[in-house]
Design a protein. Structure first.
Length: 406
């Protein structure tokens, strides 16, 4: 329980951190992409406003302010070309001196595509373009985005590595913090478990003395209804104490359980046969389907108790002349043990509570059967101790099936 709580704490903490990192990562990259696109557009506007490279060549030997020098540095580093088109659609000038591995036909095709889009700016393939109106017609300026994309890719890689490194460091811190956070719960849980165990042991002695005195009185005065009531309630109390002790032992962890290999088929079959006469006396249809020679490594006595709890529960909550089906089979390397019965079924809202300690869906029915709401909780504890899974399915007022996967 404590281990699961700690894992949940770590998962929640790391999930929140991952979400924060993901949002920051996406926002940073979107911001950088927008900034890169804006700077490329600035370059395109400079070339368009100066009607080509005239400004570029005139500025090589002139003194400029910092902003102009910055723009010129971008023009030196950029790969761009432009095409001038008349109002009649005739190509007036093509200049692709700043982009070397490019042909005139390719530049003309891109210019025609940009003009067909009838948009002032946009992107075609690996190029960002700008269309500016001129007295003679239009100038279409293109800038290759490969340098910006390389920078963005490098930024993504660097930010990804930084995020992973930070995530790893925070994971270590979350391990430390989770241990500190669940420590009070762990202490309280240990005290509760110790109290249940000690109280159960302390109750066994007076209960044994009480039963012995009842037997002595019964031998002296004969059968008496009040003595029978005392014996019945003592038996219920003894059953409760044994259940509490079982829960206390399973709460101690798997270190207290010695696993060994045994024949699971024979074990389940022997338990099923023990309840066969009871099912016959109650007039219930009792079907057993056990696949032979299924071996399993676990604690045999606990598995016997698990099967006994589920079968007894099926008999208690099945309707008169109801049907009970017990099966064991292997599927996909897993051992699947299921107990089905017709009867009261189960409400959908009860499925999430059915394995809780002291939970009883029908108080009056539980009193009739002598239950305290611990049987299914013990079954789940045993299953968890064996690294298995137990589930419940059913329909209210019709049927219910418990399935254990080992």
């Amino acid at each position: 329980m404590i281990r699961k709580l700690r894992i949940r704490f770590i998962v929640i903490m790391m999930g929140v951190l991952f979400a924060v990192f993901a949002v920051l990562f996406v926002m940073l990259n979107l911001f950088m992409q927008a900034g890169s696109s804006r700077l490329t557009e600035e370059l395109l506007r400079i070339v368009a406003e100066q009607d080509g490279l005239t400004f570029y060549f005139q500025s090589l030997d002139s003194d400029n302010d910092d902003e102009s020098n910055f723009n010129l540095e971008r023009m030196h580093a950029g790969r761009f070309f432009y095409v001038k088109v008349s109002k009649q659609g005739k190509i007036l000038e093509t200049n692709y001196d700043m982009i070397f591995d490019f042909s005139e036909s390719e530049s003309l095709d891109l210019a025609k595509s940009a003009l067909k889009k009838n948009q002032e700016k946009g992107a075609i393939g690996n190029f960002q373009y700008l269309v500016a109106s001129k007295d003679y017609g239009h100038i279409v300026v293109f800038a290759e985005r490969s340098i910006e994309e390389q920078m963005l890719s490098r930024l993504v890689a660097i930010s990804g590595w930084v995020a992973l490194s930070t995530f790893g460091v925070l994971f270590v811190f979350s391990l430390i913090l989770s241990g500190w956070a669940v420590k009070p719960i762990s202490v309280a849980f240990d005290k509760q478990r110790r109290f249940i165990s000690d109280a159960s042991h302390e109750l066994k002695t007076p209960l044994t003395i009480l039963n012995a005195n009842v037997d002595v009185l019964e031998n002296g005065i004969g059968e008496n209804p009040r003595l029978e009531n005392i014996k019945t309630q003592s038996a219920r109390m003894n059953h409760l104490i044994q259940s509490l002790l079982t829960l206390a032992k399973t709460d101690e962890g798997n270190a207290q359980i010695i696993f060994h290999q045994f024949d699971l088929s024979k074990t389940i079959l022997s338990i099923a046969l023990e309840f066969e006469s009871r099912a016959f006396e109650e007039g219930k249809q009792y079907d057993v389907s056990i696949e032979e020679q299924i071996s399993y490594t676990g604690e045999m006595q606990q598995i016997r108790q698990l099967a006994s709890i589920l079968i007894d529960n099926a008999l208690n909550y099945s309707r008169e002349n109801g049907q009970i089906q017990i099966s064991l089979k292997t599927e996909g390397g897993k051992r699947i043990f299921s107990v089905f019965n017709t009867g009261e079924g189960i409400q959908d809202q009860e499925k999430s509570h059915i394995f809780e300690r002291f939970y009883r869906s029908d108080e009056s029915r539980s009193r009739e059967t002598g239950g305290y709401g611990l049987g299914l909780s013990i079954a789940k504890s045993i299953t968890d101790a064996h690294k298995g899974k137990i589930t419940v399915d059913g329909k209210a007022g019709d049927w219910v099936r418990f399935t254990v996967i080992l």
